[in-house]
Design a protein around this ligand. Sequence first.
Ligand code: GLU
Ligand code: MG
Length: 448
Amino acid sequence: MSDHGSHALQPWLKRVAITWVNHAGASLVKVVPRRHLDTAADLGVGFSPVADAFRVDGCIAAAHRCARPDEDLRLHAVAEALVPLEPDRGWAWAPGERRWRDGRAYEADQRSFCRLQQDRLQQQGLTLQAGFELEWMVLSAEGGAPGSPAFPGGPYGADRLVEGLDYASEICDALDAAGLDWLQFHPEYGASQFELSLAHGSAVEAADRLVLARLVIQRVSRRLGLRCSFTPKLTTDQVGNGGHVHFSLLRHGQPVLQGGDGPGGVSPEGAALIAGVLHHLPALLPIACPLSASYARLAPSSWSAPYQVWGIENREAALRLVPTSLDQVPAHLELKVADLGANPYLLLGALQVLALAALSDVVPLPAPVRGDPARADGSTAAHARLPQSLAEGRAALASSAVLSAAMGELLHGSVLDSIDAEIERCAGWPAEQVIASTRWWPLVGDLS
Ligand code: GLU
Ligand code: MG
C-alpha cells in the first residue's frame, strides 16, 4: 500500500492529475479518480515511451529512439507528494515516475534521475537545496499573436500591480490553496511580465513545485480570460522570461559556500563548487536552455547571463553568488542563464551531477567578474560566451563524460535525440519564425 501524503484522504479530493515532464520539457498528464489512486500509486497507469519523442510542437520526431509503437511504461503517482491543485473543484495533483511493467525503474525517467542524484549526494553527506524563480508574460487572449500585454505599468511598478490586482489576488490565492510556498511576487521588467520566487527544498521538491506553479498560473490566467506565456522569448524586441535556479550545497547540514576567506567569503569547498559548475556549464546549457528560441533570449546585456563567468551579486553572471549577510540566509548561487523550457528534473538532476563532480575533481576558481561581462574594458581578455546556439550546446553535452556517465546511455542518448529534433524543427528559420513557433510555451498549438 502506498504511503499517502496528508492530503490524499481529504474529503474534497475527487480526482488526481498525475504529471511527468518529457524530454521536450512539456508536462504530460493522466487523471485518475480518487477510488483508483491506490492502484495508480502501486501499479501505475500506462504510458507509451513514445512520449519522450514528442517535439515541442507536439509532433513525434521520427528519428528519435523512443519513436516506436511497442512497449509500455507505467506512470506511478507519487502519492506522498500529492497536493491540492484546485481543491474547491476536487482536483489534486501528484508527480509521477515511470517504471517498466515489471516494476524496474525506467532508465530515461527524468524525476527518477533527479532523485537518484539526490541519493548519490546524500551518500557523500551532501544535500543540494534549490528553488526556482519563474518569469512569465500575461497577454490578452484575443486579437491574434502575439496578443497584447494584459496589464500596463512599469518594471517593478506598483502601478502594474494595481492595474492587475484582481489577477495578482487570484494567483496568490490559488498558490496558497495549492499549498505552494512562495517567497515573492512582483511585476518584472518586461511588458506585462510577472515573477514568482518559490521556496527552496530538495532538488525533487523544487522541480515538483515548479511544475505545479506553472499549472496554477496557467489555470488562473485562463479563468480570467487571459493567456500566460513562459517562453524564453516572446518577441525579438523584448527581454525574455528566465527560469533561474537558486541553489546551495550543504555538507552534513552546513552550507559549503561560506565561512572561508575566498572572494565573497567562499570556503575552499565552495570555491571548488563554483569553479566546477562553471567549468561544466556549456554541457548543461542545452538542458537549461533547450528551445531554439532560448538562444534568442541569451543576448548580452539583457540580464540573461550568457557568459561563462561568475560574480558576486552580479546579475549578468551565469552563476551569481549571493553571500550570506545579516538575514543569516546561507550563501547560495543563482544559475541565471536557465529558462523555463528546461525540464526541471533533468536540470536539477544534472546540476547535482556537476556539483558532485566539482568537489571530486577540483579546477581552479577564476576571478569573479564585476560589471557587465559584455563590456570588457580592454585591459582584460574578453570573457567566454556560453554556447550561442542549441547545436553548440548539444555538442558540449554529447562530449561531456561526466554527464553521460551519470545519465546512462538511454537517458543521455534520448535527451540528445530530443535536442536534435528541436534543432531540426527550426533549421534555416529566421529568428522571428523561431520565436513565433514557441510563443505560447508550454502551450502547444498555433493560437494566432
Ligand atoms: N528576464 C531576465 C531573463 O531573461 C531576468 C531578469 C532578472 O530577474 O534579473 O532571465
Ligand atoms: Mg527576474
